[in-house]
Structure formats: C-alpha cells, structure tokens
Design a binder for this molecule. Structure first.
Ligand SMILES: Cc1cc2nc3c(=O)[nH]c(=O)nc-3n(C[C@H](O)[C@H](O)[C@H](O)COP(=O)(O)OP(=O)(O)OC[C@H]3O[C@@H](n4cnc5c(N)ncnc54)[C@H](O)[C@@H]3O)c2cc1C
Length: 459
C-alpha cells in the first residue's frame, strides 16, 4: 500500500459520501491501521445536502446484467435487511423493471439489461420464479396486462413488459448515511473536519499534501480522494470520469395517496430511464437515470500549474439556490408521472434537484491507486449505482488499498475498477447500463430554454 508496502501512518480521506465514509469505516476497523491517524475532510457539514449519497431514497437491487455487481449486492443485501435497514431505513417492496415497448429493437440496451438481469437473479442468486401469492420472488411480466396487474394502484400505463423482483427495495439514503456515520463515530478512530480541499500539491511521483480553501496545508502518507462528481477539480480525469447532472422532482401527496402508493414496488423503466420511488412521509419522487447534463467549466489544470482544462463539474443548489431542473427534464418527469399515475398528473412539484453522478465510460467505478502519484488513491466513478453497496463497499476499497484480493470476486472487481490504460475520447459506452434522455446535453443550454409553469424549485 501507498506503494511502499508499509502501512501509512497518516491517512487523509477527502469526501464523506458513500465511498469516503465507508472507506473510513473499513480502515477504522482493520487491525493493520490501528496506529494510523485517519482524517476525513468534507467541504460541507455532514450530511452534505448536495452529495449524490444524500437524498430521500435510493434503489437497493441485485438486478444487474453484470454478475459481479449482482454478487457484490448479495454481500450488501443482508446488511440492508439487518442493522442498516432498521428503523425504516430500508423498505423491501420490490422493484418493477419494465420496458416501454414490446419489440426487441429500438431499445436493445434496455432489453439486453432486462434479460441479463433476470437471468442473473434467477440462475446466480437462485431466486424463485413465480407469482408472489404462490411464494415467487421474481415474476416475469410478459404482457402489458401483467404489468398493469402488478402496478394496479398507480392507475396508469406503467410499461409493456419486464419483471418484478420482490426481494429488491429502496433505502432512505440520508438515513443510511447517518447510520454509517454513527458507526464510524462509535469506533472513535476517525477525525472529521469540515473543510474544502482547494487543490492537491503534486510532486513528481507523489502527492505532497492538500491545500484547503483559505490556504492551510495538510500532508499525509496516503491521500484517498472520494469527492464524487467534484473529483475532476482535484485530479485530471478527462476521458476517465465526468460529472453528469440528473433530474429529480418531488411532489407532496395526501395521506390517502401515501396509503395507496406507499407499499408499491419501485418502478424503473429501462426504455427511458425514468423511475418512481414509492412515497415516504407523503412525498413522492420521480427521476431519470439519464445521459445527464454536462456542465463544462474551465479550471486551472489540477496537476499542471499554469495550464487550464475544461471539465464537467457539478452545479447544485449550494452554488445557486435558484437552480431548477431544465425544462426538458421537467417535461420528462411530468409526462412519466402523468402516464403512470394519472391522478397526480397536474400536481405541482414541491421541489426539484439536479444531482450529480461521477460517470465513467463503462459504468464501472474507479477504485485504484493513481498510476503516477503513488500515495494517491481514488475511489469514485459511482456512475449512478453505488449507493446500495454502502454497507460493504468500504471493505472492498480497503482491499484494493492493501493490494489484497480476498476472493475471486475481489480479483474481478479490481480489474473492473482499475485506472484505465487509455483515456476515452468518445461518448460513454456503458456496457452494463442503459440511459434515458438525450445524449450530449449541456446544462446552461437546457436551462436557457426557459421555465415550465410549476417547476420552480424550493430554495
Ligand atoms: C439522482 C441519483 C440517483 C441515484 N440512484 C441510485 C440508486 O437508486 N441506487 C444506487 O445504488 N445508487 C444510486 N445513485 C448513485 C449513488 O448515489 C452514488 O454512486 C454514490 O452516492 C456516490 O458516492 P460518492 O461518495 O462518490 O459521492 P458523493 O456522495 O457526492 O460524495 C462526495 C463528497 O465529497 C465532498 N467533496 C467534494 N469536493 C470536495 C472537496 N474539494 N473537499 C472536501 N470535500 C469535497 C462532497 O461534498 C460530497 O459530500 C444515484 C445517484 C444520483 C445522483
């Protein structure tokens, strides 16, 4: 580790999202690091409201086309069903994965994903196929009528075919992160500090330290960067990982509606990336897993003083309290809500949000030592699907820090997560994913197209 083979005596983690906080938890528990100081820097007081890991809900599912992530979920799921999911942090109401067409062309990626995911949960995870009433855990839905039966309380057209996995669910994302923080605090080994890292001090083959906003410098034997979509500010990730803005819209509902929709499965349409997570506390969320918006920003080159680079970086309500979702995103959420739950079609959003993925070209995460700076480790590239692994991902990250492969899965994950040999110039080529919306949207251009009535976001 830290390329010297010795245990670092000081470790600085930057970023308190899923990756950073779970890494702190795993480090704090390992005997090997009992004499190391562990400091976690986070730019906002925990929980940072604009972090990808902080929201009302995140889907918890083993439904992956890629067997490695499905297998990793088998490790995480028992935790969600145990202590992580206690006190209503996890609700196992099922996940209804649908397609909006019955043909195999036009949405090949969606169809491929559905077929592979179903295959994995059946054959690799051994889930029982059949109607829920008869003890089935997974129900293939071959017709629109079958989808309508499963989603009957929504009252609309929720898809043409797909399957429902009754062993999937969703988590209260912020509550899960607060629980993880409580666990870390309980160990008493991690020093937390609210401070924003302005830049890293790069030497020829190592990072000398970090500079905080305000000028203070801190050094450590090992620096773990886990700043999510903000990462390209601190390290050159062009062609490796980039920030993409995703749209979320929330509405208030009545208690009667909460009772009607509250125990629904999550609905996720692989044709257009739209999804609806069942309501909690009379708030319902509509969102899109999309190509997202890029927010090109010219900044000083993080590694080469005097040069500049243009990279996509998050813009959030913390930067601009008046930031709304763009009209095209508003329209997509509105139309999807109207189609699936017609009774809520005209209900105004109470607030909206643009939430930022750190997207990699393949959809695999980036968990690796930096190839040039030997004491710099990066844990990012969540690509819209890392939250569900909160209970276990820290252990896997620390395995990579230690250069250990505890099992076959570990060996496979290391390959997926390694620093890529080549930077990608072309568009994303997700191999285990599908996306909705239009490719190549630029945040400012979409915002400039004006506002749609009822889309004002909460300040
Ligand atoms: C809209 C949306 C829906 C999603 N849905 C799902 C889902 O259903 N299921 C699922 O499994 N996953 C989902 N994900 C993905 C998952 O939430 C992310 O992959 C995961 O939360 C990423 O964690 P992170 O630690 O990389 O980033 P973050 O949670 O963003 O954490 C990064 C932290 O770094 C801090 N930081 C940034 N810059 C600095 C700096 N310079 N100095 C100090 N601190 C800094 C930030 O404040 C932030 O707290 C979704 C993500 C989004 C955005």
């Amino acid at each position: 580790m830290a390329a010297t083979g010795t245990i670092p005596s000081s470790i600085l983690i930057v970023g308190s999202g899923v990756f950073g906080l779970s890494t702190a938890y795993a480090l704090a528990q390992r005997d090997a690091f009992q004499n190391s100081t562990i400091t976690l820097l986070e730019r906002l007081d925990f929980p940072a409201p604009d972090a990808a890991s902080i929201d009302s809900s995140r889907i918890i599912r083993p439904d992956y086309a890629d067997p490695a992530y499905a297998a990793l979920m088998s490790e995480a799921h028992p935790h969600w069903r145990g202590d992580f999911g206690a006190e209503e942090r996890y609700t196992e109401a099922g996940l209804c994965l649908v397609q909006d067409s019955t043909g195999d062309s036009g949405d090949d990626a969606a169809h491929y994903y559905l077929v592979k995911a179903l295959e994995n949960v059946k054959s690799r995870l051994g889930l029982r196929v059949g109607r829920r009433e008869a003890g089935g855990q997974v129900e293939p839905m071959e017709t629109p009528e079958y989808v309508a039966r499963v989603t009957t309380s929504m009252g609309g057209d929720c898809g043409r075919r797909g399957y429902v996995n009754w062993t999937s669910g969703w988590a209260d994302a912020e509550a899960g992160m607060r629980y993880m923080r409580q666990l870390v605090d309980g160990i008493g080994r991690v020093k937390f500090r609210t401070a924003e890292v302005a830049r890293l001090h790069y030497g020829t083959d190592r990072v000398e330290g970090v500079e905080l906003v305000g000028g203070e410098r801190l050094s450590a034997d090992l620096v773990v960067l886990a700043t999510g979509a903000w990462m390209p500010k601190l390290v050159d990730l062009r062609g490796i990982a980039s920030a993409t803005g995703q749209v979320l819209a929330y509405i208030d509902i009545t208690q009667e509606e909460q009772d009607r929709f509250g125990s629904n499965p999550t609905l996720l349409c692989e044709t257009n990336g739209m999804f609806i997570i069942p309501p909690r506390d009379r708030v319902l969320k509509v969102a899109r897993h999309g190509y997202g918006y890029a927010n090109p920003t010219t900044i000083p080159h993080p590694e080469c003083p005097g040069e500049t680079i243009t990279v996509s970086l998050p813009r959030t309500k913390y930067d601009d309290p008046n930031l709304n979702i763009a009209p095209e995103g508003d329209k997509a959420c509105r139309e999807y809500l109207a189609k699936c739950i017609p009774s809520l079609a005209a209900r105004p959003w109470t607030h909206t949000r643009i939430c930022w993925y750190s997207d990699t070209p393949t959809g695999d995460w980036l968990i690796s030592y930096h190839p040039t700076y030997r004491n710099l480790f990066v844990a990012t590239g969540g690509s819209g699907h890392a939250y569900k692994f909160l209970p276990v991902i820290g252990e896997r990250i620390v395995d990579v820090v230690m250069r250990e492969e505890r099992d076959e899965l570990g060996a496979e994950l290391v390959k997926k997560w390694k620093w890529p040999a080549q930077r990608k110039e072309e568009d994303h080529v997700w191999t285990d994913d599908w996306r909705g919306g239009v490719k190549g949207m630029i945040l400012d251009e979409e915002l400039a197209k004006g506002e749609i009535g009822g889309s004002r976001s909460r300040l």
